[in-house]
Design a protein around this ligand. Structure first.
Ligand code: GLN
Length: 226
């Protein structure tokens, strides 16, 4: 399995690079060999990846990353059914438009979402409930943008604690195999069930990961964000 970590030098501010490591580790626990490939913003995006990852960033880096992706290289992979996980700035980049450095920027249009300036900066612990996974997930958020879902974009979860997309009571968006969320953490380290869902989507069938720490993760989630 090939895991593509996109522009970590730009989208690495919040430690989301760990999502790639969690995926590779858990793939290994399930007997699937996986490699993580780092792609710089100076390079083209390969089309043969199974999972593509984008992380959070500050505004200037977010614009640079979006511009580098605007040639459409990610669209080819998505058309082939690749899985995409995008966090915060990465999530906003996948949408139709977002604001950075005080100006509206054109996004990649892979998700039917738009991000506008929020009424505050949304900072702190966050807990959401995912119907898809049937569990609560936790993380932390730190963003100024407020994201609105358009037709065909389903939310990733409902907000239990925190802000998520803004004042709408939901977090993130899902469309096919594309997942966007505001949860840093890294989200897959704190919520390994989500990692296993992404691995299963990429594998094309359920991936069984035997994880001796599963109960520990669940207890951690219950205790840290109330
Ligand atoms: N720059 C974006 C915002 O503030 C994203 C921030 C982030 O990725 N944490 O909304």
């Amino acid at each position: 399995m090939k895991i593509i970590r996109i522009h970590n030098e730009l989208l690495g501010t919040y430690g989301d690079r760990g999502n790639a490591d969690v995926l590779a580790y858990r793939a290994g626990l399930a007997g699937i060999s996986a490699t993580v490939v780092d792609i710089s913003y100076r390079d083209g995006i390969p089309h043969d990846g199974d999972i593509y990852l984008l992380g959070g960033a500050e505004d200037a880096a977010q614009i640079l990353s979006c511009n580098a992706l605007s040639g459409g290289s990610l669209h080819g992979a998505v058309e082939k059914g690749a899985v995409v996980l995008a966090i915060c700035a990465g999530f906003q980049i996948l949408g139709k438009s977002f604001y950075a450095n005080g100006e509206e920027q054109r996004g990649l249009g892979l998700l039917n979402i738009t991000t506008v300036p929020g009424t505050q900066r949304y900072v702190g612990d966050i807990k959401i409930h995912s119907d898809l996974l049937g569990i609560d997930l936790t993380g932390f958020e730190n963003h100024g943008g407020k994201t609105l879902l358009g037709a065909g974009a389903q939310s990733f979860g409902s907000v239990v604690v925190g802000h998520g997309n803004g004042e709408t009571g939901v977090d993130g968006a899902i469309s096919g195999n594309i997942f966007g969320t505001y949860l840093h953490g890294p989200v897959l380290a704190r919520n390994p069930e989500f990692a296993d869902l992404l691995l299963s989507r990429a594998h094309g069938s359920p991936v069984k990961v035997i994880d001796p720490l599963a109960d520990h993760y669940a207890a951690l989630r219950r205790s840290v964000v109330k």
